[in-house]
Design a protein around this ligand. Structure first.
Ligand SMILES: Cc1cc2nc3c(=O)[nH]c(=O)nc-3n(C[C@H](O)[C@H](O)[C@H](O)COP(=O)(O)O)c2cc1C
Length: 326
């Protein structure tokens, strides 16, 4: 049932991966996804010390005996923990799957591979980033389309075209991300040739996600037009929910604001207050267009079961009936 090179590589039942989400993909969320047959991923950047990441990994392991991954964002930052230290912690804790993002993982492949870690590189928006990941020895690539929550990359290419273009260029298994939330999207991704899907926004809208009820209610109310890409002008585009700060940054960029001017708004905003206090205008907070397809807050297991059972129904009955001989 939906066995692919991705399920085999990661040792999971269903080819469904929860992409790392800063602040939100905690041990509880990641463990719930893994227990339900997918791959849950804890985000290292949420923890400002190695010990805190170690404790979160241990907590996740106490909640599930299934594989768990850790996201390591390689984009330049002022984060107090060095990438090598995060990787060291991950390996010491027996984690065998890492999702890298933000930059090519090349400088870290030796350390990861010496630690026997399987590397999924998340490549936003461009086939060339996926090719680099394959060239430097990654085991799989998650190609992320323009629809996604978070960083869509520089080229504004949607998942429909990007997935096929990536498959044409790569030999390693490709995971599709950006705009997937339900059984229809899952079947579409597999039909395009992907060997798994990666979802962020859908997993935000679950019981196990630690976000505030106000924020979850917004996710239910929001439509597919309620997100906005900001920070293109500083070459760091990010898709966020449409709120006061994102509108302000968008408007400032439209009239050519400098980085220093933008920082006066972005520095003062706080995504954690949006997610955890439910103050929807407190900061820039990541969210994908697929929020328009989300109408409830089920458990993670319900999300997964609906996708798997729905996909079987679509393939066997709807699509199967279309090609069945009379
Ligand atoms: C709230 C939120 C936080 C995210 N944080 C990170 C992160 O810390 N590191 C990362 O590599 N990707 C991050 N992402 C991107 C997701 O892992 C994933 O690529 C994306 O959500 C997929 O698109 P979708 O939202 O349409 O499912 C984040 C996405 C969201 C929605």
């Amino acid at each position: 049932m939906f066995e692919t090179r991705v399920t085999e590589l990661l040792g999971i039942k269903y080819p469904i991966i929860q992409g790392g989400m800063i602040w939100l993909s905690t041990a509880e969320l990641a463990a719930a996804v893994s227990s339900a047959g997918g791959l849950g991923i804890i985000t290292s950047a949420s923890f400002d010390t190695r010990d805190k990441l170690r404790d979160e990994i241990r907590k996740a392991k106490s909640l599930t005996d299934k594989p768990i991954g850790v996201n390591i964002n390689l984009a330049p930052s002022t984060h107090p923990v060095k990438t090598e230290e995060y990787i060291d912690t991950v390996i010491n804790e027996g984690i065998s799957i890492v999702e890298t993002s933000g930059r090519s993982p090349e400088p870290h492949m030796k350390q990861l591979k010496q630690g026997k870690v399987k590397v999924i590189h998340k490549a936003p928006g461009g086939v060339r980033f996926a090719q680099t990941a394959e060239e430097v020895g990654c085991d799989s690539v998650a190609i992320i389309g323009y629809e996604c929550g978070g960083h869509p990359g520089p080229d504004d290419t949607g998942s429909m075209v990007l997935i096929r273009a990536t498959l044409d260029a790569l030999k390693i298994p490709v995971i599709a991300g950006g705009g997937f939330a339900d059984a229809h999207g899952f079947v579409a991704a597999l039909a395009l040739g992907a060997e798994g899907v990666l979802m962020g926004t859908r997993f935000m809208a679950t019981q196990e996600c630690p976000a505030h009820p106000n924020f979850k209610e917004w996710l239910i109310r929001a439509s597919e037009t309620d997100t906005l890409i900001t920070q293109r002008s500083i070459r760091a585009p990010s898709r966020n929910l449409k709120n006061e700060p994102s509108r302000k940054v968008f408007e400032m960029e439209s009239r050519g604001a400098t980085l220093e001017e933008l920082l006066t708004v972005t520095r003062g905003t706080n995504a954690q207050r949006v997610y955890f206090e439910g103050d929807l205008d407190a900061g820039l907070a990541e969210c994908g267009q697929v929020v328009g397809l989300i109408h409830d807050i089920p458990t993670v297991k319900e999300v997964m079961d609906r996708i798997i059972q729905g996909a079987e129904e679509i393939i066997k009955n709807k699509l199967g009936a279309m090609v069945a001989s009379p």
